[in-house]
Design a protein around this ligand. Structure first.
Ligand SMILES: Cc1cc2nc3c(=O)[nH]c(=O)nc-3n(C[C@H](O)[C@H](O)[C@H](O)COP(=O)(O)OP(=O)(O)OC[C@H]3O[C@@H](n4cnc5c(N)ncnc54)[C@H](O)[C@@H]3O)c2cc1C
Length: 386
């Protein structure tokens, strides 16, 4: 951060509001292209939803646009692998999408065909092969899709790594509250103003406070972290029913989703709740998560739990993030609304935001993610899709 104490003391090409993983990735790609960047964060870097996340880097295919964004993101994470510090705990564990019956096996085959058609390395495991891949899983299960390029990362350390370069061509200011964005100027809580060619609103769930009119809902999630059990699990394992849970728009949902951390700890998820902004841990949800985990891996019941916490995902009506110019103010670029995929898709978001500012072609079309899609369709908070 150098010797600057106030961001108004210097000039910047871009001001990024928010030092979560999304703001950090935007800053990373902007700095890499030689732009001067100030990142303004009202708390600590990576301390928002980023600190609450599981860190599963995963390809998803709810829509062609989601598949394109997650696939590009995984490629970009892979390209960063050599530079990531060991503290970021990046590992290509692969994902096992578990099918418990014939209906879910049909979904395994559909995903397999689709993923293969776009060049993703994957394979179908039958019941026996699944048991060999993850011996702790209950038997019999119908099978699974193994997606080899998926991985895991420690989100807060990854965000801090992405912000490192900012010190060379700009600055990171923490404890720096942005109260409003006016044109291409941000107003800070201490009444100073910082101007730049572009402002990136990467304030996560708080983005609508700075850009009124963004339609987003907070989606609460719980996670549970165990003591160290090296070798307990090899892959990120997720029930295919997770997709039903992720798609649900009404009520609370819980799905089996387990991650082996590099430390040997097991991260147990996951839950989704709308209309609950209380950050407290809900013991009933925790019980349901543990019961679901034990249905798939009975030995989970014997693991010692160290910690549990909650966080909030920023959900848009069509389950795609908002990446690109604000319809009301093209000097402001939105980079928010990543719901449960923001750790994964931060890299592609940073790439797309940088390409927009530099007016250069992106590796994938930007249209599906443009915020203007919301205003043109008169989207309201009751139009969240299933
Ligand atoms: C329980 C849970 C599990 C998850 N698991 C995964 C997963 O396995 N894989 C995955 O890809 N994603 C996962 N996610 C989603 C992921 O955490 C989010 O999509 C991602 O962290 C969003 O990053 P962000 O930078 O947009 O938001 P945040 O991390 O919330 O960052 C926004 C930042 O902006 C700052 N800010 C806000 N307002 C202001 C202001 N006015 N002035 C200055 N600063 C401001 C905040 O302090 C914050 O640091 C999970 C989320 C949850 C809740």
């Amino acid at each position: 951060m150098g010797d600057l104490v106030n961001p108004s003391e210097s000039t910047y090409d871009v001001v990024v509001v928010g030092a979560g993983i999304v703001g950090a990735a935007c800053a990373y790609f902007l700095v890499k292209e030689g732009l001067r960047v100030a990142v303004l964060e009202r708390g600590i870097a990576g301390g928002g939803a980023t600190a609450a996340a599981m860190g599963h880097l995963v390809v998803m295919d709810d829509s062609p646009a989601q598949l394109a964004l997650t696939k590009l993101s995984l490629q970009l994470w892979k390209e960063l692998e050599e530079q990531l510090p060991s503290s970021a705990e990046y590992r290509q564990t692969g994902t096992l999408w578990i099918a418990s019956d014939d209906e879910e096996m049909a979904e395994v085959r559909r995903k397999y065909e689709l993923y293969r058609s776009v060049g993703l390395a994957c394979g179908v495991l039958d019941s026996t092969a699944l048991g060999e891949a993850e011996p702790k899983l209950r038997r019999p299960l119908a099978g699974a899709l193994r997606v080899l390029g998926d991985g895991v990362i420690y989100p807060q350390a990854a965000a801090q790594f992405l912000l490192r370069g900012v010190a060379e061509r700009g600055a990171l200011f923490t404890d720096c509250n942005v109260v409003s964005i006016q044109g291409s100027t941000v107003l800070l809580g201490d009444r100073t103003r910082v101007s730049a060619g572009h402002i990136v609103n990467a304030a996560g769930c708080a983005a609508p406070e700075l850009t009124p009119g963004i339609v987003m809902r907070k989606r609460k999630g719980h996670l549970i972290l165990t003591d160290r059990y090296p070798g307990f699990l090899r892959h990120q394992v997720v029930e295919l029913g997770y997709l039903k849970s992720a798609h649900s728009v009404a009520g609370d949902s819980v799905a089996f989703n387990l991650q082996p951390r590099a430390t040997g700890q097991i991260l147990i998820g996951s839950s989704r709740q709308y209309d609950n902004e209380d950050a407290a841990v809900d013991q009933d949800i925790v019980r349901r998560i543990m019961e679901r985990a034990c249905e798939y891996i009975p030995e989970v019941a014997t693991l010692s739990v160290l910690r549990m916490w909650t966080g909030f995902r920023a959900a848009t009506p069509d389950k795609l993030p908002l990446i690109g110019p604000s319809p009301e103010n093209p000097k402001v670029l939105l980079a928010t609304g990543h719901e449960g995929l923001g750790i994964t898709t931060s890299t592609a978001t940073g790439r797309l935001i940088t390409d927009t500012i530099l007016q250069q072609k992106s590796p994938i079309p930007q249209e599906p993610y443009l915020p203007s899609r919301m205003s043109s369709e008169a989207v309201h908070s009751d139009s969240f899709v299933v």
